[in-house]
Design a protein around this ligand. Sequence first.
Ligand SMILES: Nc1ncnc2c1ncn2[C@@H]1O[C@H](COP(=O)(O)OP(=O)(O)OP(=O)(O)O)[C@@H](O)[C@H]1O
Length: 481
Amino acid sequence: MSVLLVEDDVSIAIVITAALEAEGFAVTHCQTIAERDRLLGERGFDALVTDVMLPDGNGIETIDRARVLHPLMPIIILSAQNTLDTAVRASDTGAFEYFPKPFDIDELARTVRQAAGAGKELLPDGDEPLGDGLPLVGRSVAMQSVFRMITRVLRNDLTVLILGESGTGKELVAEAVHNLGHRRAGPFIAVNTAAIPADLIESELFGHEKGAFTGAVARHVGKFEQASGGTLFLDEIGDMPMQAQTRLLRALQSGTVRRVGGREEVRLDVRIIAATNKDLEPEIAAGRFREDLYYRLNVVPIHMPPLRERRDDIEVLARHFLQLAAGEGLPRRQLSVEAGQLLARQPWRGNVRELKNVIYRLALLAREDMIDAESVQALLSPDAATAATGDDLSGGGESAAIGQGGIADAVSRWLAAERPASGTIYEAAVAAFERPLFSEVLRETGGNQLRAAQALGINRNTLRKRLSELALDPEEFTRRS
Ligand SMILES: Nc1ncnc2c1ncn2[C@@H]1O[C@H](COP(=O)(O)OP(=O)(O)OP(=O)(O)O)[C@@H](O)[C@H]1O
């Protein structure tokens, strides 16, 4: 088990390290808060042991930053009693043990062992485990400022607007705000406003009374009421239909909602977090988004930078996803330094989501435990893989037709290597086929989506949507042609 020790007094650090090592811990030591945050951004530890007065600040006052990165990590504070009292009370997000100085070193070692073995038990009563259990990972300066913004909204109900491209981690940030904030004992209700048909959105959000419209056979409690006492996450807010925007604004202004077909005004007790991958200002200019709603939502904006603008995070994220993959039963893999560097140079148009998919596929498909740059290259450009492995799926020449046998072989190889959970095979197979198909046609049209859509015989918008879902960038083909 691993411990991060933050202690600027080197002689105390040596004593603690020796005691913890005797208990079987691997101890990483640092002396400042900046160093602590950098290390925590890179990897997790089974426990954090920290002094309070550190050269660059107060270890408790900045502890939320550590908690954002690793919500379930037990934290043990070492301090002279008098400095601690107020600070501990100030930090009501909990999840730490306090150890007064001077302390019995063996007792400290025992406490750390207990805490590290039962991380979750240290969480305050009623605390829910963090969403799907995923921490936010990031060491870049840009992500550090995201973490700082998160810590500023944990103890208030200010509306948060999370902006950023698809796959940058907006939903994860919303979950972190909820799970670490003072509403964490309440529900976290997420609504993808773009996925609900326009005529149902109001009843989804605000509920309806029985008989309010055809099909309203029973009273329905809307998401606002479901989220009572907790957080309502309105995802893809930029795609919300105008009429629903108006109702949403009214609800936010009045602090109440009225069910569709109902008379009663229900008082709201929710924290609103909204997110969008759209640039809202042009949407406002084009009359598609209400300006007044924008100002209501944009109280605390959190900008999620695209992954290509925080390349420092890529390797750390890649290693994190390898760990997650291993935890989900995939082979445990390491990443070579060159492979990490190669990943860090990619454009990642699909941001962290795309990186995560690539890493899971690498974990599944790599031939060796150590993932090297060649395996990464092969996965990133299927053409190179074909050339390197001799797995000839295209029959050689550019325009050669793939024989029926070739397709059947490819399908059976794909099933053997990448068979997804039953129930999702069809969807995954179509996606696996679409990627090389779209790439090929886009290459032929030099990246021109209109001509590609015509050649494929599908709607241009459908193509554009699928390309974005597959994280395929048509511009790549413009450059190559
Ligand atoms: N900093 C991060 N650390 C760890 N995992 C991350 C991080 N950012 C994103 N992820 C993971 O990447 C995936 C995409 O993240 P998420 O769904 O939060 O993105 P999003 O911005 O909400 O995307 P969309 O706009 O498409 O809804 C998720 O599996 C998420 O767990």
